[in-house]
Design a protein around this ligand. Sequence first.
Ligand SMILES: Cc1cc2nc3c(=O)[nH]c(=O)nc-3n(C[C@H](O)[C@H](O)[C@H](O)COP(=O)(O)O)c2cc1C
Length: 255
Amino acid sequence: MDPILVNEEKCVGCELCVKDCPSSYLYIENGKAHTNKGGCLECGHCYAVCPQGAITMAGYDCPEEAVFPMTEISSDKLLAAMKSRRTVRQFTDQAVEEEKIQKILEAGRYSPTGGNSQNVSYTILGSRQAEAESLCVELFRKGTSLPRRMKSVSERFNIPDNFFFKGAPLVIVVSSRSTVDAGLASSYMELMAESLGLGVLYSGFFVMCTRLSRKLRRLLSLPKGHKAMTCMVIGYPAVKYQRIVPRKPLKSKML
Ligand SMILES: Cc1cc2nc3c(=O)[nH]c(=O)nc-3n(C[C@H](O)[C@H](O)[C@H](O)COP(=O)(O)O)c2cc1C
């Protein structure tokens, strides 16, 4: 089925869709936009750019949602907020409201993906959170099958029952075939979570455990071909930072 539907009565042949299409899927003939065969990324640029609203996408809801340019947000404030973001490792036990969870997931859904694959999935541990954490704790306490780097952690620290999720009420495992797509989605989600007054910890240790424990992978039952790429531990922070942290000097050059 052709994913792009052009309403010829509305189309004025302005070519904006043709110019913005990344895969040369559209062309103008007799003053109207038409579609080629195959190769459409379903990125929606033609839908978004058309001043006439002449395009719809088959298989997608096409609500008329107005754009909100990033320029509406002060860049100084945005940068200051980004620099003020901290990894949170102390949480209150206040639950995260459903509405906020949906906003965090929506931020992930709207992150860019290579080739517009949109192949990132979000698994909320929910009722299986305690079970998943205790599997990881057991793995770390035993230590036998751990790679060297993790072994040193498990030897150095006394691994408490809440070592992985720190008592946070919400854990989302972001999975994909692509590390980059999952990483970008996670970053979008993290910023959204922060703007909602929540704190986030990326549990890299949990992700490592998913590589080591078949039992844990079964519990997660991720989509076929997906790997857990990030594990986002989310809740209301029980810590407040007074200043922005120092960072190493910028590594950048102009060629
Ligand atoms: C991919 C990734 C995995 C991480 N895994 C862990 C983890 O398992 N445990 C932990 O305490 N912090 C973890 N962190 C947090 C980093 O230690 C933290 O980002 C870094 O110390 C800088 O602190 P900041 O985020 O407050 O700027 C992880 C961060 C990233 C990006």
